[in-house]
Design a binder for this molecule. Structure first.
Ligand code: AMP
Ligand code: MG
Length: 345
């Protein structure tokens, strides 16, 4: 059966959002936009509804979901306490793309948190997401909209094939703004540990006078049997079927030379490069990452979904400096390349 579909690209039809919210109230699951990526949402207090999300995505049951809220009142009903540092983060970055881990109350079903004593919560800034939560008057548990392992959905055209019929309702508002999932943080002894980098950067948090720890798993390969602070990090994610190689150098000329050498090797290579470099590559097979970090963040998932159609032997992706939003971009790209990464000095 096909999912119900509402086109909100030109006009935010509140009647359709109310219909989708009603679906959530009755135990259904809804594909909806946020400012980061699309999510698949269910009533976070309804274990059965949440199970439908795991089934639709084929998500491992030990990978917890983020709960989306629209008010501090909702937060108070879900968490044990809000510490001073957490409060500072909330005051500065909510609503927005920051997920904060809290000690949870027992009203949250175990499948939402994958049995953990903590829960990840965020207040999205996207107007449709906010209205959906407000109309449902419920916290909404929502992972990214994609089959597990695939790149997260940033526009409906990319994910309709894999999710149509698996969700009850689809709210389409065009391409999402940020393009990478939220920053996930946990406060331990007054320090903010970054478990997953995103649009809210380590530098943004440091500016508040808070100490930061960037978890090493962000760039390293995790052993699937190892206990990690952010369970999502241990899963294969974003990788196309074609082999990918990520290359970065601070020196642009060295980067371009290295990629052209690979192209000259005779292999059929597809290059994903920055706009200003594209005409320097001696191949017809290239895709434009965009120029600014904001462009690249917005484009990476939709581009990663395109690469297999080129049937190339190898995809070479230009890396960026691991600073600011660049850390989030590199975290996603290094995983798309399954840690096949070269840095040239
Ligand atoms: P996704 O919903 O696909 O963006 O993935 C959400 C990610 O947030 C998970 O894969 C975890 O890595 C992280 N996360 C959610 N809840 C928690 C939690 N309670 N503790 C640590 N990490 C969490
Ligand atoms: Mg995801």
């Amino acid at each position: 059966m096909k999912s119900k579909y509402a086109d909100l690209r030109l006009n935010e039809d509140i009647n359709k959002i109310e219909e989708a919210a009603d679906c959530i109230k009755h135990g259904g699951i809804v594909l909806f936009p946020t400012e980061t990526v699309y999510g698949i949402g269910a009533n976070a207090l309804d274990e059965k509804a949440v199970n439908k999300i795991f089934k639709a995505k084929g998500r491992a049951p030990d990978n917890p979901l983020i709960v989306h809220i629209a008010s501090i009142d909702m937060l108070n009903k879900l968490v044990q306490e809000i510490g001073e540092v957490e409060e500072k983060l909330i005051n500065n970055f909510w609503p927005g793309p920051l997920t904060v881990i809290f000690n949870r109350k027992n009203n949250i079903p175990n499948n939402v948190t994958a049995g953990l004593e903590t829960v990840g919560i965020r207040m999205p800034s996207n107007g449709i997401a906010r209205k959906l939560i407000e109309c449902a008057d419920l916290p909404i548990a929502a992972p990214s909209a994609n089959i597990s392992g695939r790149p997260s959905g940033t526009k409906i055209e990319d994910i309709i094939e894999e999710l149509d019929g698996k969700v009850d309702y689809i709210l389409d508002s065009g391409m999402t703004d940020i393009g990478v999932e939220s920053t996930v943080v946990r406060v331990i002894e007054n320090k903010v540990h970054i478990l997953r980098p995103g649009k809210i950067t380590a530098e943004d948090i440091k500016k508040l006078g808070i100490d930061i720890v960037i978890e090493k798993q962000i760039m390293e390969e995790c052993n699937p049997n190892e206990k990690v602070m952010s369970p999502g990090m241990k899963y294969r994610h974003y990788a196309p079927n074609t082999k990918c190689l990520l290359i970065y150098s601070d020196d642009e000329n060295k980067l371009i030379d290295k990629i052209n050498k690979e192209i000259a090797s005779g292999k059929n290579i597809l290059v994903l490069g920055r706009t200003k470099h594209l005409n320097k590559y001696k191949t017809e097979n290239k895709l434009d990452l965009g120029e600014s970090l904001e462009d690249i963040s917005k484009n990476i998932f939709t581009l990663l979904r395109k690469v297999d159609s080129y049937n190339s032997d190898l995809v070479i992706i230009e890396g960026v400096k691991k600073e600011g939003l660049g850390l989030a971009i590199m975290n996603r790209l290094i995983r798309a390349c399954e840690h096949n990464y070269t840095e040239i000095n």
